[in-house]
Write a protein that binds this ligand. Structure first.
Ligand SMILES: Nc1ncnc2c1ncn2[C@@H]1O[C@H](COP(=O)(O)OP(=O)(O)O)[C@@H](O)[C@H]1O
Ligand SMILES: [Mg+2]
Length: 77
């Protein structure tokens, strides 16, 4: 990962606060700018928390709550 140290530490700082108070963070940018790569990196490195991820996709747009289902599926047990 090249040149994203500032973004990664900003998001990490957000997780430190959100773990206590909750919250939401929007990561936005043009396609291909590296949003998913940064989140993948954090998913590996943020320890002590259960990470759940989901991605909206065109084929799911006709299915009710498809992304919510994807997000919560790992908690089925
Ligand atoms: N800072 C970076 N260093 C190295 N590779 C990167 C970086 N940012 C993006 N990439 C690579 O560029 C491609 C597109 O990035 P991606 O995270 O899928 O973009 P986005 O999710 O914003 O559309 C991926 O192959 C990713 O690994
Ligand atoms: Mg992406």
């Amino acid at each position: 990962m090249i040149g994203r140290e500032q973004d990664i530490s900003a998001i990490r700082a957000y997780f430190d606060t959100a773990g206590v108070r909750g919250g939401a963070l929007l990561v936005s940018g043009d396609a291909g700018v590296g949003k998913t790569a940064v989140l993948d990196r954090l998913a590996v490195q943020v320890n002590g928390a259960l990470g759940l991820r989901a991605a909206g996709a065109q084929f799911g747009s006709e299915i009710n709550h498809s992304t919510l289902n994807q997000l919560l599926f790992p908690l089925g047990d």
